[in-house]
Design a protein around this ligand. Structure first.
Ligand code: UTP
Length: 288
């Protein structure tokens, strides 16, 4: 089982980050100086993905433009002999083959995945949520693909979260079958702490079989007409093995204000060009 395609979902409204998301898509917000969508595309490319299919809402073409050539900018950088910057700009377009499909209304993650049905075709594929970024080595998607390819089965990324936060996530029920690996038997979307079957939350990386499209087509729409990916995953787990991979590494939720700010600080501190001047100033801020 070789996974060649990744579907990146970027058609949501991003209401938790208003007002910036009124005009700028959440997925274009930067981590220091790099849009989240580029970080996720780099994760896909470093994981061996050859084609990225973006699911975008009709107005969000700027997301795709970020991966297209920019002839005037490139010419200007060349004339000014800013070759490192030229390379930085051009490398974005070389990460993978880029295509896009539209989701006309934000009717949920399941509905967004379904829009990529014909672009994916009949092969297994990855799904990535670009507001979740992970600082893992090897990249999280590569680790998840190793599990899915090793088991010849679909797999989702899991992170243990505090019990007080389970109501923000899809929480799984399962039995441990190996180090960091669970066979999933159940899932509850956003449970109360008392009802949560575990503290293992599904994170924004999935490896799915093409059968998921049929399950999504038959999924009952829930509140607001949304089609939940969790419902289709649950139906999938009923007729074949579905694995959860509990990864270790840092995760930042860029769709949330605190997560967004934390990501800026953490990624800046990892950059040798920024850390030396940032550290003393952060210390000053914390002591003031
Ligand atoms: P979220 O639920 O975090 O995104 O979906 P959202 O709805 O944009 O954000 P809030 O809650 O209103 O602030 C995770 C990812 O899935 C995409 C989003 O763009 C985001 O990258 N998404 C979500 C879709 O593509 N379509 C949808 O219908 C919903």
């Amino acid at each position: 089982m070789k996974v060649r395609k990744a579907v990146i979902l970027a058609a949501g409204l991003g209401t938790r980050m208003l007002p910036v998301t009124k005009v700028v898509p959440k997925e274009l917000l930067p981590v220091v100086d790099t849009p989240a969508i580029q970080l996720v595309a780099e994760e896909a490319a470093r994981s061996g993905i050859e084609e990225i299919i973006f699911v975008i809402s009709p107005g969000k073409t700027s997301l795709i433009e970020h991966f297209a050539p920019a002839p005037e900018l490139e010419r200007a950088l060349e004339e000014r002999e800013k070759l490192e910057l030229l390379d930085l700009v051009q490398s974005v377009g070389k990460l993978a083959r880029i295509t896009a499909v539209e989701q006309h209304q934000p009717l949920g993650l399941g509905h967004a995945v379904l829009q990529a049905k014909s672009a994916v075709g009949g092969e297994p594929f990855a799904v990535m949520l670009p507001d979740d970024i992970f600082d893992c080595q090897p990249p999280l998607l590569r680790q998840l693909l190793d599990v899915a390819e090793g088991q010849t089965a679909p797999a989702v990324a899991l992170l243990e979260v505090p019990r007080s936060e389970v109501s923000k996530y899809g929480i799984v029920e399962g039995s441990k079958t190996g180090e960091h690996i669970y066979r999933i038997s159940g899932m509850v979307e956003k449970p109360s702490p008392e009802r949560a079957p575990s503290q293992l939350a599904i994170m924004g990386r999935y490896v799915l079989p093409p059968e998921i499209f049929g399950l999504l087509e038959h999924a009952e729409p829930g509140v607001g007409g949304e089609i939940q990916l969790t419902d289709a995953l649950l139906a999938l787990a009923e007729h074949r093995a579905l694995y959860g991979y509990q990864f270790t590494g840092a995760r930042y939720d860029l769709g949330d204000r605190v997560g967004f700010v934390l990501a800026q600080v953490a990624y800046a501190l990892k950059r040798p060009d920024l850390a030396a001047s940032l550290r003393p100033r952060l210390r000053e801020l914390l002591l003031s």
